[in-house]
Structures are given as structure tokens and as C-alpha cells.
Design a protein around this ligand. Structure first.
Ligand code: ADP
Ligand code: MG
Length: 241
């Protein structure tokens, strides 16, 4: 990634302008109710809030998996509304790494093949794809599990495979929805160290969590409540731990 400050490199990775998302299931549900937020390129943001406050809805919009009912979502200077579904897919594939709450691993593929999968459409040779996938699996502590199918792995191990898959293309933006929910303390700290490493390398990190100590690894915490930003807490980021 270039960091020479060319004019074309946007300073803002993601911008939400008065974003609303309403689900119509009998009674309308305002999952997001007027959210405006700018995520600077290379920043590390945590999203917190009670269950149902709109965290996953927000992540799906930022990850171009869904479109808002009203308002603008701008990713990498592109208004997602102006993109065709093919352009949206391409933006998602090249810019965004998504760690889903439900891991979405392919059940018939082993860990290595799952992690290698997103590289398929990037013009990388099979050997290089496998090397890169192996490297990522080693970094998440699964170097000895590369041949295992998802159902031969624990929940925490599956979570780490999903994480390796999200990082394999070195995305500009990583979106993680409760990434440490199923992890033991040691694995969690490995995963958070990996996030810090990617952040240090210039990746924009957005992490949804219920855990205060996970959120405190970020530079700011956006608190959601009932589909609105309740407050934004700036952390000094100097603190060790
Ligand atoms: P969180 O991730 O903070 O728990 P969500 O973003 O998943 O919250 O959901 C916000 C609100 O939107 C909730 O009330 C939820 O029930 C509702 N919701 C989410 N997805 C859908 C959907 N596909 N259809 C209808 N309602 C939904
Ligand atoms: Mg959620």
C-alpha cells in the first residue's frame, strides 16, 4: 500500500452520512436511525452497544454487504449507492476483509483451502496462495491444523481460520464482528496482537465487541444505542495492555 500521500489517496476510509436502515417485518425496525461517522484511513475503531443496537447492521453496510434505506455510505471515496453490484463485489473483494459473527467457512474445504479461497480471483498462483494461507494460519496459531475441516476444529479455532481468511488479501479495511467471542484468553490476546500488527502496518480496523478490554485496544470507541451513536469515546492509545 502506498503511503506517499498522493492526492488520490483518501484520508477517510469510510464515511457514513445520516445513514438509516429500516427492516420492514410487520412493525418497522429502525436498526440504524441517523448515523453519521467518519473513519480515518489507518485508524482503529471499536463499536460497542447492547444486543440489537445496530452493530452488525452498521458493519454490513460498511462492508458493502447491504445498502442503507437512506443516507450515504462512502467507502474509499466511492458512494456505495453509485456502484453496480459487480463494482460493489469488486470493492469488497479488494478493500475489505470481513470476520463474520458466524464464521461462514466452507464445510467441505480444509483450513488451508478456506484461507486460500479469497485469493482465487486475485491472479495469484496456486503455490503462492497456499504459502500465503499457511503463513496466515501459522500467525493465528493453527500451523498444525491446516488439513482439518471446519467440523474438526473447535469454535475458537474456526474463528481463527475465519480471521486468517479475512487477512489473507491484506485488505485496507478489516471488519470484525465480535471476533473474540469464542476465544480463550491466550488465543484472544494472539488475535488482538495480530490486529495491532495490521493496524501498525496501516490497515483500518473496525471491531465490534462486548468486551471493554478488547475495545480498549482501539483508538476510539463508538457507543451505539437503539440505532444511534450515543457517544464517541477517544482513547489515548499510549496505554500498554
Ligand atoms: P446488534 O449487532 O447490535 O446486536 P443488529 O444490527 O443485528 O444488532 O440488529 C439491529 C436491529 O435490527 C435488531 O432489532 C434486529 O432484530 C433487527 N434486524 C437485524 N437484521 C434484521 C433483518 N435481516 N430483518 C429484520 N430485522 C433485522
Ligand atoms: Mg451483532
Amino acid at each position: 500500500m502506498s503511503n506517499t500521500g498522493t492526492i488520490s489517496e483518501p484520508e477517510i476510509a469510510v464515511s457514513l452520512e445520516d445513514v438509516r436502515k429500516t427492516y420492514q417485518l410487520g412493525e418497522p425496525v429502525h436498526a440504524l436511525d441517523g448515523v453519521s461517522l467518519e473513519i480515518p484511513r489507518g485508524s482503529y475503531t471499536a463499536i460497542m452497544g447492547p444486543s440489537g443496537s445496530g452493530k452488525s447492521t452498521l458493519m454490513n453496510l460498511v462492508g458493502c454487504l447491504d445498502t442503507p434505506t437512506a443516507g450515504a455510505v462512502v467507502v474509499d471515496d466511492k458512494d456505495v449507492r453509485d456502484l453496480s453490484s459487480r463494482e460493489r463485489t469488486r470493492l469488497r473483494g479488494s478493500e475489505v476483509g470481513f470476520v463474520f459473527q458466524t464464521f461462514n467457512l466452507m464445510p467441505r474445504l480444509n483450513a488451508l483451502e478456506n484461507v486460500a479461497l479469497p485469493q482465487l480471483f486475485q491472479g495469484i498462483s496456486r503455490g503462492d496462495r497456499r504459502d500465503r494461507a499457511r503463513e496466515l494460519l501459522e500467525r493465528v496459531g493453527l500451523g498444525d491444523r491446516i488439513d482439518h475441516l471446519p467440523n474438526e476444529l473447535s469454535g475458537g479455532q474456526r474463528q481463527r481460520v475465519a480471521l486468517a481468511r479475512a487477512l489473507v488479501n491484506d485488505p485496507a479495511i478489516v471488519l470484525a464482528d465480535e471476533p473474540s467471542g469464542n476465544l480463550d484468553t491466550e488465543t484472544e490476546s494472539q488475535v488482538l496482537d495480530l490486529f495491532a500488527e495490521f493496524h501498525g502496518g496501516g490497515t483500518t480496523m473496525i471491531v465490534v465487541t462486548h468486551e471493554r478490554h478488547v475495545a480498549e485496544r482501539a483508538e476510539r470507541i463508538v457507543h451505539l444505542l437503539d440505532g444511534k451513536i450515543e457517544r464517541i469515546e477517544e482513547l489515548d492509545g499510549v496505554e500498554e495492555k
